[in-house]
Ligand binder design. Structure first.
Ligand code: DI6
Ligand code: FE
Length: 406
């Protein structure tokens, strides 16, 4: 019997271990994989004795943790290029939302789409991420806004995970906007989420976490507190779209509930940053939405960094504010628009993204005991990942030690 299923030799490894300098790099490294996990990783010269069923040289290529896109809305019907044109002419996102467009126009298209159609339209988006080295993707609901359609979105996301062999984490975002049936009565819709949609999603095992949109055009802190309290009663972790368009105290609200992450954060105050640091909540920055909305207020990256808040980066892939299907471009934008270092950008789509999904214990860095989710690159150095725009020179993606598949 072999000790290992696969031995990868002659690798340059960016382990991305927390606290390690310089990408946690190991030159002339070896990775021994057994049962889908990393059994041993280190310099070739220090490898313990053992037999491998298969040994492969990576020819000196760089290996990083497989990438993680920890905030997407990649299941949706239709597209909103018409709205994009209007916004370029100066109409604001909030004004379009107030007219019943924006998120609600995607709700209409998503409700009209069959489950099969939603699946077929989302699959290429997921495959594009996999071609860039992504092995774990979070997908939110939030364009159904009624019981059947929210569950339909979550089932579609689950099916995408099963058929692709990637890990898909699903998040219930029924509190994304107030649907037409409850127009003008956000409290009544929140009651409906709490009494009907959330318990159904939980009992059917369709949601890994619960999210909400805390914003003047969506839900206020008091409404979201009721939702989060119920989610926690059901044993679900929470996350929050916080302080994207205004400072609504979202970061502090997320921190009060020990949220996995608070996302966007353009308008987060110093107090909000401090609260995140104290609760251990990750910040998820979304430069695709910042760019698309022509935002000028940057998230407080320096304060987050100085306070030790884990900073993740994600695509926020959605048809309204971030029609971005590339985690590589999100990294490139994180560096250019938010002043993150290339190393922070890579940590943001590996170690910190894992943390934002509550998966830090089993992925996001390359260490013994973690999943063998690896991306192998044709690059001279991992800093190039945030440098190239629109390039994704992936040589190979391994998911639990194997080529991904159902
Ligand atoms: N913030 C966003 O950027 C997306 N949702 C959210 O809460 C926008 C979604 C959309 O416009 O369709
Ligand atoms: Fe979002």
């Amino acid at each position: 019997m072999a000790d290992w299923d696969l031995l990868l030799t002659d690798a340059r490894i960016a382990t991305m271990r927390r606290g390690a300098a310089d990408y946690g790099a190991i030159e002339a490294g070896t990775i021994a994989i057994a049962g889908g996990l990393i059994d041993w990783i280190g310099a070739a010269a220090e490898r313990p004795e053992g037999r491998a069923a298969q040994t492969r040289s990576l020819g000196g290529r760089w290996v990083t943790p497989a990438l993680i896109d920890c905030h997407t809305h990649l299941v949706f019907g239709g597209q909103r290029a018409g709205e994009f044109e209007r916004r370029l002419q100066g109409v604001s996102y909030e004004a379009i939302a107030a007219e019943g467009g924006g998120i609600l126009s995607t709700v209409q298209a998503t409700r009209a789409a069959s489950e099969e159609q939603l699946y077929r339209e989302a699959l290429p988006r997921l495959q594009a991420l996999a071609r860039e080295g992504v092995a774990t993707v979070e997908i939110k609901s939030g364009y159904g806004l009624d019981l059947d359609n929210e569950l339909k979105m979550l089932r579609t996301a689950r099916r995408l995970g099963e058929s692709s062999g990637l890990t898909v984490r699903t998040t219930l975002l029924a509190a994304h906007a107030v649907p037409p049936e409850f127009a003008g009565d956000a409290d009544a819709y929140m009651d409906f989420i709490i009494e009907e949609i959330l318990p159904a999603a939980e009992s059917q095992g369709l949601a890994d976490a619960v999210d909400a949109y805390c914003e003047s055009i969506a839900f206020d802190a008091a409404q979201i507190e009721r939702l989060f309290a119920r989610a926690q009663d059901l044993g679900l972790r929470v996350k929050l779209h916080a302080d994207q368009l205004s400072d609504g105290g979202g970061a502090k609200l997320a921190a009060r509930f020990g949220a996995l992450s608070a996302d966007h954060l353009e308008f987060t105050s110093q107090d909000g940053v401090r609260a995140l640091a104290e609760s251990g909540t990750a910040a998820v920055l979304l430069p695709g939405a910042y760019l698309t909305l022509g935002e000028t207020q940057q998230p407080p990256v320096g304060a987050l960094r100085d306070s030790g808040v884990p900073i993740a980066l994600a695509s926020d892939c959605n048809p309204g504010t971030s029609p971005l299907g590339s985690i590589h471009l999100a990294m490139g934008l994180g560096a250019r628009l938010f002043g993150m270092t290339p190393e922070e950008c890579l940590a943001g789509v590996t170690r910190e993204a894992a943390r934002a999904l509550g998966l830090g214990h089993d992925r996001g860095t390359l260490e013994a005991g973690k999943r063998a989710d690896l991306a192998v690159w044709d690059l001279d150095h991992p800093r190039e990942l945030a440098y190239w725009l629109g390039e994704h020179p992936l040589s190979e993606l391994l998911v639990a030690g194997r080529a991904p598949g159902p």
